[in-house]
Design a protein around this ligand. Structure first.
Ligand code: NAD
Length: 309
């Protein structure tokens, strides 16, 4: 098979040639980056995971191994598939490792200056045709794309947490994103077994525009003494049939990520209804970020996790 044929998956609806993504770079080996690496490796892609913190990398590999083993135990995947997938994941603290990548997904901390610094450092090491996505929950794709040398190849690919379990991927085109990039990323989402929903490039897109203000409202209810952590979560689980309470969900997402999203909604839409709850700010200032730090609205050092208010 010649290389040109091997590197395309076909033509999109508008007759656009869609390049196949076979090798993926991922920036950020946190909750999301490791989940994205997990699903990409299982789908047969070569994965290179980069983090600024060297110790985040073995931790991510251990998490991926543990989560894939759970899938083996539930007979969702075979042991061979797990072992092959794990071998496809390489790690590095250096962007030169992205030299062969067809596509890079940025999943670093939800701060615009961090993401801009990542793009600035990374771009010189990518091949010219490499497409780039951000997994940002809320930052403008158009603005992030404009900070790169390839806004037409830049797109939002927003996975949900936990990535191996959640079916949805939001795809967000920036104003400059071309059709080829859009079609390639849509095809990739499908290859990963995900359903995609297209969202316009407005702050927080669709899911978080609706979900995170609900979590923020739950923190207000706690702050104003309307109910305890337990009462609020039980109310939404049993009264609205939500699988998790909003405070438990905030802890799961990460309270720093929730706060960043509220700040972006507040600034981006200039509407006071999006003001972050002062109690949420205080928790983040304290470093009580939820599950990932062992404490948020629940204390995770206890089993079962104990409400803290
Ligand atoms: P996290 O805190 O678990 O992980 C972030 C990782 O980025 C850390 O390992 C950190 O060391 C690394 N990092 C920071 N600066 C870096 C740099 N300059 N270069 C390389 N790596 C760097 O955060 P997360 O929950 O995985 O979120 C990552 C992104 O995914 C954010 O944009 C967030 O909004 C988005 N997201 C999060 C969720 C969620 O539920 N947590 C859901 C969808 C999207």
């Amino acid at each position: 098979m010649n290389d040109d044929v091997a590197s395309t998956v076909g033509f999109g609806a508008a007759g656009v040639l869609i390049p196949e993504i076979r090798s993926v770079g991922i920036v950020g080996a946190g909750q999301m980056g490791s989940g994205i690496a997990h699903v990409c490796a299982l789908a047969g892609l070569d994965v290179t995971l980069v983090d600024i913190k060297a110790d985040a990398l073995p931790k991510a590999l251990a998490t991926i191994n543990r989560n894939m083993t759970r899938q083996v135990n539930r007979t969702l995947i075979s042991e061979d598939l797990r072992d092959e997938a794990l071998l496809r994941i390489k790690t590095s603290t250096d962007y030169t490792a992205f030299a062969e990548a067809d596509f890079v997904i940025e999943a670093a901390t939800e701060k615009e200056d961090i993401k801009r610094a990542v793009f600035k450092a990374m771009m010189p090491h990518l091949k010219p045709e490499c497409m780039v996505a951000s997994n940002t929950s809320s930052i403008s794709i158009t603005r992030l794309g404009a900070s790169t040398d390839r806004p037409e190849k830049f797109i939002g690919m927003h996975f949900m947490n936990p990535v191996p379990v959640m079916k949805l991927v939001e795809i967000i085109r920036g104003i400059a994103t071309d059709e080829t990039t859009f079609q390639s990323v849509k095809a990739l989402a499908q290859k990963l077994g995900k359903v995609s929903a297209v969202a316009e490039d407005f702050p927080a897109f669709i899911v978080n525009r609706i979900l995170v203000p609900m979590i923020n409202e739950a923190v207000y209810a706690l702050y104003e003494g309307v109910g305890s952590v337990e009462a609020i979560d039980t109310s939404m689980k049993l009264g609205a049939n939500h699988p998790m309470g909003p405070l438990e969900l905030g802890d799961f997402i990460g309270l720093d990520t929730c706060l960043s999203i509220m700040q972006i909604l507040h600034e981006g839409l200039a509407d006071s209804k999006y003001r972050p709850c002062p109690l949420l700010v205080k928790y983040v200032e304290a470093g009580w970020l939820g599950r990932k730090t062992g404490r948020g609205f629940y204390d995770y050092t206890q089993t079962p996790p104990k409400p803290t208010r």
